[in-house]
Structure formats: C-alpha cells, structure tokens
Design a protein around this ligand. Structure first.
Ligand code: NAP
Length: 290
C-alpha cells in the first residue's frame, strides 16, 4: 500500500502559491486577501480558523479574522457578510460552519457574493460545478482530486463509491469523479444512511471515498483487494495522552484495511492538509479574477 501523503503534497502546493504571491507583489499589486468569519467559540472551528490564518501568513496572503459572539443574531451576521461582499480589499471569505442553531446556514450561504465564495458553497458555484464550468470547487473534494492528480491515480472507467452525501464533501465529490475530466470519468455511486447492502456496495469499489463522520466504520471486509481508499472522516475522541486532550479518528479502520489497499490516506496528514491548500488555491483564483 502506498500512503497518499497529503502533507507533502500540500506543502508543494503552498510553495507554488507562495511563488505566485511573490510575483504578484513584485508587479506592484496587493497580496490576495482572505477573511474568515467565526461565530462563537466551538473548539474544532477555532482550530480550523486558526489554521486558515496561519496558512495565509505562510504563503504571503493577507488575512482577516472576524470574530463574532455566540449570541450574534442572524441579521447581524448577514450585515457583516454584506460588508465583506462590498469590501474591495477582500478577495474571498468563508463563514466557518457549523453556525449556532439560531442562525439559518442556508440564508448565510445565499448571502455570500459568489465571486467571493472561496468555499464554493453558493448555489451559483455549485451549479457551475455541476455544469463543468470554471468555479470555486469546495475545498475537500478539490483537495482529493489534487491527490489523484499528483499521484497519477487512474480513475477513468473505475467504480467509485462515495460514502456520504453532504453538500460540502460527498455530493461535490461524486460530481467531480463522474465528470469527463482527468481525474474523473469514473462510474460513481453515492451511498448514505439509507443505502442497502452497504458492505457489498463498498466491496465493488475500485475507489472508495468515505465521508460520514463515524469512527472506523469501514472495516477490512468492506474493501476490495487493491482498492484506493480515501478517508475524509475526522472525529475528535477524548485521549488523555494528548496535550490537546483528544485525537482525531477517521471513518476507516486504517490498521486492518491498509494491507488490502493500493493507495490510502490516513486521518492525519491525508485529506485535511489538502483541504487547507485548496482554500488557498481558491483565494488566489479569486484574486486573479478581480
Ligand atoms: P455530514 O454533513 O454529517 O454528512 C454525513 C453523511 O454521511 C450523510 O450523507 C449521512 O447520510 C452519511 N452517513 C452517516 N452515517 C452513515 C452510515 N452509517 N452509513 C452510510 N452513510 C452514513 O458530514 P460531512 O460534513 O460530509 O463530514 C463527514 C466527515 O468528514 C466528518 O467526520 C467531518 O469531520 C469530516 N470532514 C473532514 C474534512 C477534512 O478536511 N479532513 C473536511 C470536511 C469534513 P444521510 O444523508 O442519509 O444522513
């Protein structure tokens, strides 16, 4: 089994972006600028946003972190989005999800200017993705496609099962894998909590992409010999041996599945760093478009 090293691939991407930023600045232009809106103090969200700010600094982007209180009203958040939409110094922004329960996520996503929607969640950008038009592609699926590209993994004509149908991972992943592109051109099945004979279906997969948020759900008996297995899942479980007090566990039983795979990602250093790099790529794209 060859481990797909998202950490080193993402470092490569970061270097490529940093070189572009150097050129942008040398040409007398301002650096790309990403803003992130964080509502509340959810621990995982705090971490994700801190990484985004750090990533920006590393490649030479400007970044702005907009912190809003847990009690922020939906209207206050919509007003902040309108402000960011109108701010000519910001190329793109994200609103970190999940939001507090009293705020309607859909309303928030609909309020973001599609040209600044570097998460690729707006209907216009999701529609363009489905049509195969240039757009901001949701960071996690885009990062996985980049892994396939950089490891020259053959996807054409393969049976691909995507486990999970969320708007941010499973569904765009399935669209990308089924498109007439390279990587892509796979025969794709989307599975979810109502799918019958799941184990059998997973065993038919040459490429199995798992994004369900259930720890070590995919076991060795669900994987075909020689399959490519991508584990998107990241669930925090308490671990007193760690300084943070938790560790991340994936959706795939890595130790028992790994010997059956041709290629595989691990919960750490796999899809996560590629997701982060994709957001930087989208921000650079937003800057180039403006
Ligand atoms: P989500 O919105 O909760 O969606 C989960 C999907 O999994 C749903 O479609 C659900 O089916 C399906 N599902 C749940 N239990 C299932 C089961 N027993 N059998 C089959 N399908 C099942 O999750 P998400 O946002 O896509 O995230 C999924 C995981 O990926 C989470 O662990 C998340 O933390 C992780 N993630 C990681 C990254 C990264 O960069 N590494 C990025 C994003 C997400 P229904 O639709 O029928 O309910």
């Amino acid at each position: 089994m060859q481990l797909l090293d998202g950490k080193s691939c993402s470092e490569q991407i970061r270097q490529e972006i940093a070189q572009q930023v150097t050129k942008i600045k040398a040409a007398g232009q301002r650096a790309p600028h990403l803003a992130a809106v964080l509502v509340g103090t959810d621990g995982a969200s705090e971490n994700y946003v801190a990484f985004k700010v750090k990533d920006c600094a590393e490649v030479g982007f400007e970044s702005t972190l907009v912190r809003m209180d847990e009690s922020t009203t939906e209207q206050q958040l919509l007003d902040k989005i309108a402000e960011l939409n109108a701010d000519a110094s910001i190329d793109g922004f994200i609103v970190q999800l999940p939001l507090p329960a009293h705020i309607d996520e859909n309303k928030v996503i609909l309020a973001i200017d599609p040209d600044k929607d570097v998460d690729g969640f707006c209907p216009e950008n999701v529609g363009k993705l489905s049509l195969g038009l240039p757009t901001f592609i949701s960071a996690t699926p885009n990062g996985i496609m980049e892994l396939f590209r950089r490891y020259s993994i053959e996807t054409e004509g393969k049976n691909c099962v995507v486990l999970g149908r969320s708007n941010i991972v499973g569904t765009p992943m399935a669209v990308l894998m089924s498109r007439n592109t390279n990587p892509g051109n796979a025969t794709v099945t989307i599975a979810h909590s109502r799918t019958k004979n799941l184990a059998e279906l997973c065993r038919s997969a040459d490429i199995l992409i798992v994004a369900i948020g259930k720890t070590e759900f995919v076991t060795a008996d669900m994987v075909k010999q020689g399959a490519v297995v991508i584990d998107v899942g990241q669930t925090r479980v308490p671990d007193s041996s760690k300084k943070s007090g938790f560790r991340n566990v994936g959706d795939v039983d890595f130790d028992n599945v790994k010997d059956k795979c041709s290629y595989m990602t691990y919960v750490t250093g796999g899809v996560g760093p590629m997701t982060r790099a994709s957001l930087l790529q989208n921000t650079l794209k937003a800057h180039q478009r403006r």
